[in-house]
Design a protein around this ligand. Sequence first.
Ligand code: XBP
Ligand code: MG
Length: 255
Amino acid sequence: MPLEALIFDVDGTLAENEEWHRRAFNETFQAFGLDWHWDETLYRQLLKVTGGKERIRYYIGTASPPRGAEVLAKLSAFHVEKTARYADYVVSGAIKPRPGIRRLVNEAHQKGLRLGVATTTTLSNVEALVRSIFGVEARHLFSVIAAGDIVPRKKPAPDVYLYACERLGVSPSVCVAIEDSENGLQAAHTAGIAVLAAPSFYSSEDDFSKATSVVSDLGEPDAPNRVIAGVKSVQPYVDVASLQGLLAQAVAERL
Ligand code: XBP
Ligand code: MG
């Protein structure tokens, strides 16, 4: 089964960036005069809910913070403010790509693989981050960018991956997804896509047992990665050839 497409998650996968989202949420709480604060421990739990608007809604529903109803009534404006604050961090250049990301995307692009993005984050966040990491517009690298509210059901539902495959014009069986979280892994797996997982800071305790391979990161020729579980061909670094091997193994395991 030839590998035809790679589909990338964004937050935690292209960059170790959830911390910047957390800061943007907290700054927005302050800007709205709210006495709310999401620390690292709480944010780790809240990340189980994908999507920033959904996360705020969940927090209000479960923690009943003061002025929750007021925030719910202006949730869109609230989230626009959070998105602007996050964008400032991206533009500042503070958010660096994870190891191997630039190398793998550029190699796959040069070799003519179809490239897509499947994320729960807001579209403008993806465009800004790709511009910052790769120095080009996202549409020049990725044929489809499935982001944010493009599908009604976010990860762990498979919808965003199915949408990406449809727009790429490929079957899930010829794709590999690169993910950092259990929610993302679940989404791709349910869509029928083999997954390479590279856990990030906030997802380090997630369950990755459905991934074909779990690695510390994508690695570089001079900075080898570690295989945590599953297929070993993606060591010492992940490239198109090793992902072809991973897909073959995933297909064999399904037989
Ligand atoms: C991770 C998310 C996002 C971000 C915040 O997305 O769940 O919601 O935390 O972004 P990914 P927004 O699928 O890329 O890992 O506030 O724009 O939703
Ligand atoms: Mg992610």
